[in-house]
Design a protein around this ligand. Structure first.
Ligand code: DC
Length: 224
């Protein structure tokens, strides 16, 4: 008998939808591993800026992606032994990352690294193309979203809580621009695939969203 594949729950959706928080909590509840694929793309951008690599140099960026020395330890993210958890979340990095992530060679260079997170007993993967490209055989594919005003409010709160500077109008504009760029790009654009299940969290608490994902996973597991 062949062994059943290691289960993957793919959670995709736009910026600041809360999917990272929801995905992490679902992983904790199930005792699964967690992949924050956006953090990989963000780290490539930060590493490139530090190395003086131009953000329009696709081949050089792909080399940075392939050589990325990154480790995840709970919420802490280290790059070349340096703690970069907050540095990769600045608005500067957020804006540049959506350009870097649009490059096919960069996406290709990160593919194997993302798939390596698939370890027993299972994985919750958070991103834009987890269900469509990286884990097409995921047992459950969630497209998690919220309306843009609510997402802006959430991102604002997150930044202020971290003691970072934030302006609602600028954030709204940035999030719209990023949505546009992430959805319009030619390679692995952000879009809800036919086999994904929509979860709109505009009016849902984080706890309620987590329960929804767990219930859908329990139902998906029953289907042979
Ligand atoms: O999820 P996030 O905000 O940390 O993602 C940062 C950027 O990386 C965002 O512009 C979308 C992009 N991204 C991507 O293209 N593919 C992924 N799987 C994850 C993130």
């Amino acid at each position: 008998m062949t062994k059943p594949p290691i289960p993957v729950i793919a959670i995709d959706g736009p910026s600041a939808s809360g999917k990272g928080t929801v995905a992490k909590l679902v992983a904790q509840r199930l005792g699964f591993h967690f992949l924050d694929s956006g953090a990989l793309y963000r780290a490539v951008t930060l590493a490139a800026l530090k190395a003086g690599v131009g953000l329009d140099d696709e081949a050089a960026l792909a080399r940075v992606a392939a050589a990325l020395d990154i480790s995840f330890d709970g919420d802490a993210i280290h790059m070349n032994q340096e703690l970069v958890t907050d540095a990769i979340r600045s608005e500067r990095i957020s804006a540049s990352t959506s350009e870097v992530a649009a490059m096919p060679a960069v996406r290709q260079a990160l593919l194997k690294r993302q798939r390596a997170f698939r370890q027993p007993p299972g994985l919750v993967a958070d991103g834009r193309d987890m269900g469509a490209v990286v884990f097409p055989d995921a047992v459950l594919k969630i497209y998690l979203t919220a309306d843009v005003a609510e997402r802006t409010r959430r991102r604002y709160k997150q930044l202020i809580e971290k003691g970072m500077d934030a302006n609602m109008a600028t954030l709204l504009q940035d999030i719209r621009q990023r949505d546009e760029r992430d959805s319009a790009r030619a390679t692995a654009p952000l879009q809800m695939s036919n086999d994904a299940s929509l979860l709109d969290t505009t009016k849902l608490s984080i706890a309620a969203a987590v329960e929804q994902v767990l219930a859908r996973y329990a139902a998906a597991k029953q289907v042979p």
